[in-house]
Ligand binder design. Structure first.
Ligand SMILES: Nc1ncnc2c1ncn2[C@@H]1O[C@H](COP(=O)(O)OP(=O)(O)O)[C@@H](O)[C@H]1O
Ligand SMILES: [Mg+2]
Length: 326
């Protein structure tokens, strides 16, 4: 399948592109109850509710809650070669420390830099004091297993872990995108920082288009790898995990970020109650027709498998490219 050319915002408007205001009012406010926001804004809570709903997550290794716990962590680090430290209330990748290996007394980060034990304790202390949390409130530090990403992506991401973002509406996956880190995005899969968004056919998990800085692209700028013809393994499992996030979080409109671990397969990294809208540009399709279709259903199935079947059946781009691509 050939990638389409540039689609003007005017044409996208005709395709039912969801804008920020409408997303906030008609979907986030209407379908996400405020009291459930902590389910996704607190990563520790997300982990617990996800596991309960049968959604696999990177294993929780420990929680560091106080400055005293941070200072006396030395013995608890024995034998831990690889791990990730993050603020429970962090966002945008801030405060995340990825340790890939140990070299004598030193901890080796994802980019090769080395950290002393004292520096690691200082980082924990900063997390707990709220340096990376919303509003600067005190926080807790989570230590979790390092995700070793599936080698199918090795040419496709610069340093960071590629992730799959799925928008889930009332428990139905409606649109998906692969996010790839670039040199410009500093190993993070954040689109605003220059990561690539690859639109995915929801039925089969194959790439249908790609954007960087809101512009269509065809090759990864750092590796030169083609962005056409990417096929995501374990696609149905990814859809199923995202669908189960509805039961887990009780949020009607959400973004689920999933990763593929070499050993454990699909895992949920985090949930978002206010997922971004660029996914539509990567897919060259608007969310509105899909959301309307779900809103028009007589009833919402309580079976995540059935919801996935419905989404696969109704939200494929196969056979529709002629009228969707200009
Ligand atoms: N367990 C992990 N293993 C490897 N990389 C991780 C892990 N957790 C987070 N990361 C990296 O950090 C980024 C941000 O992590 P995430 O949990 O999504 O927090 P945030 O809310 O800050 O986006 C991820 O996209 C990934 O690149
Ligand atoms: Mg994230």
């Amino acid at each position: 399948m050939k990638f389409p050319g540039w689609v003007s915002p005017f044409v996208l408007h005709d395709k039912g592109i969801l804008g920020m205001n409408r997303r906030n009012i008609d979907y986030i406010s209407a379908y996400n109850e405020r009291r459930y926001f902590p389910n996704v804004d607190d990563k520790l809570k997300t982990k617990l509710i996800a596991e309960k709903a049968g959604v696999s997550v990177p294993e929780l290794l420990m929680v560091i809650r106080t400055q005293r716990e941070a200072e006396s962590i030395t013995n608890r680090l024995d034998g831990l070669q690889q791990f990730v430290l993050k603020p429970a209330h962090g966002s945008g990748g801030k405060g995340i420390l990825i340790i890939m290996s140990r070299d004598g007394e030193m901890f080796v980060k994802g980019n090769g830099d080395k950290l002393t034990l004292q520096a690691l304790i200082r980082h924990l202390s900063n997390i707990i004091s709220g340096l990376y949390s919303l509003g600067g409130r005190t926080d807790v530090a989570i230590m979790e297993m390092l995700v070793n990403f599936d080698p199918v992506f090795s040419d496709l991401s610069y340093e960071g872990v590629p992730d799959v973002r799925l928008i889930v509406f009332r428990g139905y996956p409606v649109m998906g995108m692969l996010r790839l880190a670039t040199k410009a995005s500093d190993g993070k899969a954040n689109l605003h920082q220059g990561a690539i968004g690859v639109g995915l056919d929801l039925a089969i998990g194959e790439s249908v288009g790609a954007v960087q800085y809101d512009r269509p692209i065809r090759i990864h700028p750092d590796s030169g790898a083609a962005l056409e013809g990417i096929s995501i393994p374990h696609w149905r499992t990814l859809l199923l995990l995202s669908a189960r996030c509805y039961e887990a979080s009780k949020l009607g409109y959400l973004g689920a970020d999933l990763v593929l671990d070499k050993a454990r397969g699909p895992l949920l990294l985090e949930l978002n109650a206010r997922p971004g809208l660029t996914i539509q540009v990567a897919n060259e399709s608007g969310l509105i027709p899909r959301l309307k279709k779900i809103e028009a259903l007589d009833s919402i199935s309580s079976d995540p498998e059935q919801r996935v079947d419905y989404s696969i059946q109704h939200f494929s781009k196969r056979g529709k490219s002629a009228d969707l691509f200009v």
